[in-house]
Write a protein that binds this ligand. Structure first.
Ligand code: SF4
Length: 407
């Protein structure tokens, strides 16, 4: 029996999980535990699903943060068969939340794919993730006798999870970004309307379909409802994945996970394409609205702390060197601009006291921003600029031949 044969209406069997542990509420990856915790697959047509998602306020958990309802609604109902793609490729080295989800709750992601697919009338369903993450999904599909979802291995590169790269890889091409002016929901895989959602977004969609938007809003804040997965790493033990109420303060997240705030001098929020925040900015709430005033964003839910004895400039230089090597080498800003930023930043971090280096980094960052086919140059530039601000006193010290962090 496929899972589609046991369907129920919204909220007619079990209550939604109480508290913040929602995505992992089944406690085990097997189908029996999943069904006991969440019940059968709900039936939900397109209009109702879009409305429920709209009421829920769920936004994408892959990084860009688009409203989940809006993406679904933008798939045209024009007679062409749409395609649904679940994206579990975490190219970002600091992120492990999608891997944790696929290993511990694969059935919830499968539910999300099936519910989204059925609401759109999509017959073609795909899941794209790293090889290690495909294994638990394959087991889960076999367990429930579900053969409609095709699995695709994502290469272990930083940009392999970008939505156009995902579609290119699934169609047999390279996992590199394509034309970002083209809307995938209108013309994606083989020119067909294609809904690409992060796997965590689909797992939330599966729960909202069962328990409703009011239940989803039972945790989080009014403007940032629900729970979300984060990966916390840095000078604490880690990386570790947590499910948190959206919109709590960064300091609350750190303290509640056992981090001694006195040991932290800064945090990188949003991942390698994210923003360094100095310790006095960590009172910000972890949500789109909460982080905007300090120039940061949640990204894929990544927080990396920097210990009080570490140098933020050298940490940034190392990340920039990695990012410069991860481009698809298709566009000028990546071929020339990112290596130049990484090189100048490394000089600042590792001993060159030329006072013009910070201005040169800013100039190069402005040059590459908005000029690539994808957001890789923009994210890399953002990281470099945020380091100059968050570690302003270190910049001054380095230019005088000292390092503040290592005093
Ligand atoms: S901007 Fe860089 S990473 Fe993005 S498509 Fe162009 S070369 Fe590739």
């Amino acid at each position: 029996m496929t899972s589609d044969q046991s369907t129920v209406s919204l909220r007619d069997h079990v209550a939604g999980p109480a508290g913040t542990t929602r995505l992992f509420a089944a406690g085990s990856a097997d189908f029996g535990s999943h069904q006991a915790a969440f019940g059968p697959l709900p039936a939900m047509d397109r209009a109702r699903l879009i409305d429920e998602l709209l009421q829920s306020g769920l936004d994408g958990r892959g990084g860009a943060g688009f409203a989940a309802w809006q993406k679904l609604a933008s798939v045209p109902a024009d007679g062409r068969r749409p395609v649904v793609v679940a994206n579990g490729a975490e190219g970002e080295p600091l992120s492990q939340k999608d891997a944790a989800l696929l290993h511990n709750a694969p059935h919830l992601v499968i539910d999300g794919i099936l519910i989204a697919g059925r609401s759109l009338g999509a017959k073609e369903l795909h899941l794209y993730a790293g090889a290690e993450q495909l294994a638990p999904v394959a087991r889960a599909l076999k367990e429930r006798g579900e053969a409609r979802i095709r699995l695709h291995e994502a290469p272990d590169t930083f940009i392999s999870g970008e939505a156009t790269a995902v579609v290119s890889a699934i169609s047999g091409g390279m996992a590199v970004p394509g034309d970002r002016t083209k809307r995938l929901t209108n013309s994606g895989l083989n020119g067909r309307p294609t809904l690409v959602h992060n796997v965590e977004t689909l797992a939330h969609l599966a729960l909202i379909s069962r328990f409703g938007s009011a239940w989803f809003r039972g945790v989080g804040t009014g403007s940032a409802p629900g729970s979300r997965l984060i990966t916390l790493s840095g000078n604490t033990a880690g990386p570790r994945v947590y499910e948190i109420p959206t919109g709590v303060r960064l300091t609350e997240i750190l303290v509640s996970t056992g981090v001694d705030l006195h040991s932290v001098r800064a945090a990188l929020v949003g991942g390698y394409h994210g923003t360094w925040l100095a310790v006095d900015q960590l009172d910000a709430r972890f949500s789109k609205e909460g982080l905007a005033p300090v120039g940061a964003r949640t990204g894929a839910g990544i927080i990396m702390t920097l210990g009080s004895g570490a140098c933020g400039l050298s940490a940034t230089a190392d990340i920039l060197a990695y990012l410069a090597g991860q481009s698809a080498r298709q566009c000028g800003p990546c071929i020339n601009g990112l290596p130049a930023i990484a090189s100048v930043f490394a000089r600042l971090a590792y001993g060159d006291t030329n006072g013009k280096l910070p201005q040169e980094i800013s100039r190069l960052a402005a040059l590459v921003t908005g000029r690539g086919s994808c957001a890789h140059p923009d994210g890399t530039a953002r990281l470099a600029l945020s380091a100059l601000t968050a570690f302003a006193s270190d910049v001054g010290a380095h230019l005088q031949g000292r390092c503040e962090a290592l005093r």
